[in-house]
Structures are given as structure tokens and as C-alpha cells.
Design a protein around this ligand. Structure first.
Ligand code: G1P
Length: 270
């Protein structure tokens, strides 16, 4: 069973400056709920019971959001607004937090989850990649993990000129939409090995920590999760699952606006 998740949320949000000087991009609203709330709901929907969020110094708003607000609860209760209480109750999942002192890459952020994960498999959800479809494709990834007992990476077919923004895999298709991975490369500037890009959902085992621990930091001291995955793939099995659903990269303004529109429509229909 996969019941733990790590959400790395310690980046500077440079694509969204200047707002991200003060407001974490994970707190950008969609229907009065921050993006990270959708990510947490997705994890819960997929059966996750324990979540570790990797934060940086200026992101305490995320902890506040998932905490109880006793004063607000009191106010709503005493002002005939108790019907609103449902909307502010924290999700029924256990939260833990770790601070990443410096933004030294996704690999280093995940490395900070080693004690949390222990020997259990875990999901990594990148909070700027949002899918509004129910059930979330993460459910299918977990089923595949239960079948293979090896890492499963979420993928999407991406146009060639955009591949340089993603991790890109090479591999063999073993069933519809499922690949056995041969290699993975981070943001290839030339000759991408396929059109299949990593989309911000990973199911990993504790072996990833051994791979991360043996990596040498790149210029600037960053550790890439993709490089550790590539080490793993060379030694062991790993799989990719191609999403068919629409995904939104909420760090890109046009996609954030589209996600808002879609969520607004869905909200009106319910
Ligand atoms: C990260 C990963 C990359 C992945 C992307 C989208 O890059 O390093 O492999 O394809 O997320 O999920 P970032 O967008 O943080 O630079």
C-alpha cells in the first residue's frame, strides 16, 4: 500500500515574481482554495494518509492554511455562520513539515524526506502541476506500482519544442500507456530521447535515497531528482504511465487562468 506523500514546496517561484516575494505560488487561489489544497485532495483521493511538505522560510502560510483556526471557528459558531465551518476544517490527513534551508534542487528537497519515508514507498507530487479530473490519474499510477513494485513516473506526450522544459524518458511500451524506462534526462536542449515528458507525479521507493546520496551536486550545488532516477533506472526496473488527462502548469500564467476557468465551471455544475 502507498500511503505516504512528499510535496516539495520550497522553490522561490521566480517565474511568478514579484507576487512570490510575499505569497508562495502554492497559495495562488483557484475558487478560493489554494493550488496546494487541490494537490492534497488529489493525494487523499488516491489513499494517502501522511503528507510531508518541504517548505522554505517564507512559506509558513501553507502551514497556517492546513492548521485549525480556533478563533475563526469560534467566530463562525457564535455568529450564525456555522454552515461555513465545513469549508475551513483541515483535511483528514497527517501533515508534517521540513524546511529546506536553501533551494538546492528537487532532488535535495526529496532527500529531506528520507526519515519520513523510511522503507515505505511514497508519492512525490509537484504542486504546480494540477489535474482537475476525478478520479485523479495518480490512482492508476498507484495500481501500477502495486502490480510492479517498482517506481512509476507520470508522463505526458509533449510537443518537441517544449521538451526542453521537462525531464524526458526513453523506454519500451509494454502495455497501452505503460512504458518500461531505459533512461531519463533532465531538460534536454538537443536530441530529446522521446516526446514523453515527466509531469510532476512520481511513485518512488526508498532506493531513490541511495541514488540521491551518491549524486554529485551540479554547478550551484543543486541535486536533480531526474539524475537520481536515471541512476536507479540503470540498476533496476522503473515504469512510466502516460496521462491522457488535461494538466495545468499553474506557474505559467495562461495555464493558471485556464485552470481557474475550468475549476469555476466545474464548481458551478455541482
Ligand atoms: C521539474 C522536474 C522535471 C519535470 C517538471 C514538471 O522541473 O525536474 O523533470 O518534468 O518538474 O513536472 P521544474 O519545472 O521544477 O524545473
Amino acid at each position: 500500500m502507498v500511503f505516504k506523500a512528499i510535496i516539495p514546496a520550497a522553490g522561490y517561484g521566480t517565474r511568478n515574481l514579484p507576487i512570490t516575494k510575499a505569497i508562495p505560488k502554492e497559495m495562488f487561489p483557484i475558487n478560493s482554495r489554494p493550488v496546494i489544497d487541490y494537490i492534497v485532495q488529489e493525494a487523499i483521493h488516491a489513499g494517502i494518509k501522511e503528507i510531508l511538505i518541504i517548505l522554505s522560510r517564507n512559506k509558513t502560510a501553507i502551514m497556517d492554511y492546513f492548521d485549525r483556526s480556533i478563533e475563526l471557528e469560534w467566530f463562525l459558531n457564535t455568529h450564525q455562520k456555522s454552515n461555513m465551518l465545513k469549508g475551513i476544517v483541515p483535511p483528514k490527513v497527517s501533515f508534517q513539515y521540513v524546511r529546506q534551508p536553501q533551494a538546492l534542487g528537487l532532488g535535495q528537497a526529496v532527500q529531506l524526506g528520507q526519515t519520513f519515508a523510511g522503507d515505505d514507498p511514497f508519492v512525490v507530487l509537484l504542486p504546480d502541476q494540477l489535474c482537475l479530473k476525478q478520479p485523479p490519474p495518480l490512482c492508476k499510477m498507484i495500481k501500477l506500482y502495486e502490480q510492479f513494485k517498482h517506481p512509476v513516473i507520470g508522463l505526458q506526450t509533449v510537443e518537441r519544442e517544449l521538451l526542453q522544459n521537462y525531464g524526458v524518458i526513453s523506454g519500451k511500451q509494454i502495455q497501452a500507456g505503460v512504458y518500461r524506462l531505459d533512461s531519463i534526462v533532465e531538460k534536454p536542449q538537443i536530441n530529446p530521447p522521446s516526446h514523453l515528458a515527466v509531469m510532476g507525479r512520481y511513485i518512488l521507493t526508498s532506493k531513490i535515497f541511495a541514488a540521491l546520496n551518491q549524486l554529485k551536486a551540479e554547478n550551484g550545488g543543486e541535486l536533480q531528482l531526474t539524475d537520481a532516477l536515471n541512476v536507479l533506472i540503470q540498476q533496476d526496473e522503473a515504469y512510466g504511465y502516460v496521462f491522457k488527462e488535461k494538466w495545468y502548469d499553474t506557474s505559467i500564467e495562461s495555464e493558471y487562468i485556464n485552470a481557474q476557468r475550468c475549476a469555476y465551471k466545474m464548481n458551478k455544475q455541482t
